[in-house]
Design a protein around this ligand. Structure first.
Ligand SMILES: *Cc1c(COP(=O)(O)O)cnc(C)c1O
Length: 384
């Protein structure tokens, strides 16, 4: 039996324990302050965090809520669409994007994505528009903006709201042809994000937020997220109980200043993968849209021969290299969404991606040595 090589140090997909250890005294202090003040719901840290995140995102209004899925639900609620209105959604996304629409009695209308960027295909969006279309949801998958130029044009031309699911691309920017540069999540009518611990800006539990430059919409969202009330016990609308805990806001205030540095560290890891893997036959490195920055929530390669994808994953697992498949099934193949009536073969790009993609370890503390080891394992697999 041959002896397998071992990594220079244990390789993780994400090393939150180590990231938090570096912030230990400040996180502990934030926790203690929340304990002392005992204002666990809507305490001062919530508003402070919203202001600070808004400043980071170019002056957007930030409305915190309980999680990224609620943010999508609240975004759709704020549009006050008629029952059964159609919501155009990419077929290659996390299920939450669909779930929010379905729960509200709106009709998810799936469209295919671009094979290079994984993001919603604007031509497919245009083809899916009907008089019943209520909104388009763009997902900035893996950390790179969808084609916001084309999507904004479609949204304006047809008077259909654009929602940006920005759970994976906080801090990414998009440059429009008119020279304007905007933060992901602040271009459409409303953007949503998640502070799930593994996101680029993660809390120590669930959390989420809505982003918008529209002050009136921010006020409406704030009301909807708090039982539809603007004044205690006076309810203008049917809302949700969806608030960011004071504790999470206080911890996120500690983590937010690390975001630019962490993003740069992820980008450096991605650049090293790019350089080492671009010439490996049999795989494609993630395509970059020159108009968008990429914050690399995931570094996702595609295998030319989809039949070898699981072999590569197993090969790397044996070497002590964890990888993930985001996502193994397109949303229209999920039993919960069978009622939408889609058939296999309807979204060929999304379906192929589910068989071809593999996300490699990428996080701010991944060392060059660890990365060399991962790259060596991949190169050995392809015999290059
Ligand atoms: C994580 C995620 C969500 C949901 O966020 P939660 O905070 O887990 O509810 C929604 N959309 C996308 C694309 C995500 O990655």
């Amino acid at each position: 039996m041959s002896v397998l090589p071992v990594p220079p140090s244990p390789i993780l997909l994400l090393d939150l324990a180590a990231e938090h250890a570096l912030l230990q005294p400040t996180l502990g202090e934030a926790l203690r302050e929340v304990l002392d003040l005992a204002a666990f719901i809507q305490g001062p840290a919530v508003g402070q965090f919203a202001t600070e995140l808004g400043e980071y995102l170019g002056g957007a209004h930030v409305v915190p809520c309980a999680n990224g899925t609620d943010a999508l639900t609240l975004a759709l609620m704020s549009l006050e669409l008629p029952a059964g209105a159609e919501i155009i959604i990419p077929a290659f996304t996390y299920v939450a994007t669909l779930e929010a629409a379905a729960l509200l009695g709106l009709r998810p209308v799936l469209v295919d994505v671009r094979p290079d960027t994984f993001n919603i295909d604007p031509a497919a969006v245009e083809a899916a528009l009907t008089p019943r279309t209520g909104a388009i949801i763009a997902v900035h998958l893996f950390g790179q903006c969808a084609d916001l130029e084309a999507l904004r044009t479609i949204s304006t031309r047809h008077g259909v709201a654009l929602i940006e699911d920005n759970a994976q691309a906080i801090g990414a920017t998009f440059r429009f042809t008119n020279g304007e540069t905007s933060f992901a999540g602040t271009v459409g009518s409303v953007g949503t994000t998640s502070f799930f611990p593994s996101k680029n800006l993660g809390g120590l539990g669930d959390g989420g937020a809505l982003l918008t430059h529209d002050q009136a919409r921010a006020a409406l969202l704030r009301q909807l997220a708090n039982h539809g009330q603007s004044q205690k016990y006076h309810h203008q609308r049917i809302g949700l109980n969806s608030r960011l805990d004071t504790l999470q806001a206080a911890l996120l205030r500690v983590k937010l200043p690390q975001l630019p540095h962490n993003t740069a560290a992820r980008q450096a890891v991605a650049a090293r993968y790019d350089a080492a893997l671009a010439a490996v036959p049999g795989l494609a490195i993630p395509a970059r849209d020159p108009r968008s920055s990429h914050v690399f929530h995931q570094y996702t390669i595609q295998l030319a021969e989809t039949s070898r994808r699981d072999d590569l994953q197993n090969h790397l697992r044996r070497l002590g290299v964890p990888t993930m498949i985001y996502y193994p099934l397109p949303v229209h193949a999920q039993p919960a969404y069978a009622y939408l009536g889609y058939r296999p073969g309807q979204f060929p790009v999304a379906e192929r991606l589910c068989d071809a993609v593999l996300s490699l370890p990428i996080h701010p503390l991944l060392t060059e040595e660890q990365q060399e080891y991962i790259i060596g394992g991949i190169s050995a697999f392809f015999g290059s």
